[in-house]
Design a protein around this ligand. Structure first.
Ligand code: HPA
Length: 232
């Protein structure tokens, strides 16, 4: 047992999907896994292990934002030996051609978080996806005619920005969309020499102000989870 996860050693698989919402973790386990077993309920941050296509896989809720996600990633890597961490989350579009319901794979993550500023003083660190996981995800999507977009995303520290138009600066420099965890995930994976990937579905657009309905979110979430489970 670690501080925030009550699983015994060996109860968590080497590959873990990471939704922010613990209820999504439950839904993924019940929808995609054979024989899912819940291994964590500390703080209601549900985690499950089961089988997908005969291989052991886990899913763990992370909560929202880099600080919360890093707690779970740190313990999964260092206490449970996890080697592949794949975030499956939602994102807000910054670009006209990144539309609601699109799937975005984060090649790299810019950030407004201070985690790397305090590590690499007066220098910029570039948190990037693991190339093998990225390639597998992109090839799976291509082979199955699932359109994807890939590029730089922003991991923001605040969901509600003071200045609504501040996204335009990031958009001008090619950032595709905003979420709140990937830069932390890619940084900690690099630090501990494990593999990480973030796959996102666009739930809302800062450009057009559209939002997906709960039903639409569920069906696009399905496709994203399918890509994630076939990326390792
Ligand atoms: N901001 C931050 N995170 C998000 C958003 C957003 O607009 N949409 C989905 N995740």
């Amino acid at each position: 047992m670690s501080i925030h996860i009550e699983a015994k050693k060996g109860e968590i698989a080497e590959t873990v999907l990471l939704p922010g919402d613990p209820m999504r973790a439950k839904w993924i386990a019940e929808t995609f896994f054979e024989n899912p077993k819940c291994y964590n309920n500390v703080r209601g941050m549900l985690g499950y292990t089961g089988l997908y296509k005969g291989k052991r896989v886990s899913v763990q809720g992370t909560g929202m934002g880099i600080p919360s996600a890093l707690i779970y990633c740190h313990e999964l890597i260092n206490e449970y030996g996890v080697k592949n961490l794949i975030r499956v989350g939602s994102t807000g579009s910054y670009q006209k051609d990144v539309k609601i319901r699109d799937i975005v794979i984060a090649m790299a993550a810019s950030s407004t978080s201070g985690i790397n500023n305090s590590r690499f003083i007066n220098a910029d660190y570039s948190p990037t996806a693991n190339f093998e996981l990225f390639l597998n995800a992109a090839l799976y999507a291509k082979d199955n005619n699932i359109p994807i977009k890939a590029g730089n995303v922003l991991s923001a520290d605040e969901f509600y920005d003071d200045d609504f138009d501040s996204y335009k600066k990031w958009a001008e420099f090619g950032v595709l969309c905003v979420e709140m965890e990937t830069a932390g995930l890619y940084t900690i994976a690099a630090k501990f020499n494990v593999r990480a990937l973030s796959i996102l579905t666009v739930s809302d657009s800062l450009v057009t102000k559209e939002r997906t309905s709960a039903d639409e979110r569920e069906s696009t979430f399905n496709t994203m989870v399918e890509i994630a489970l076939n990326s390792v």
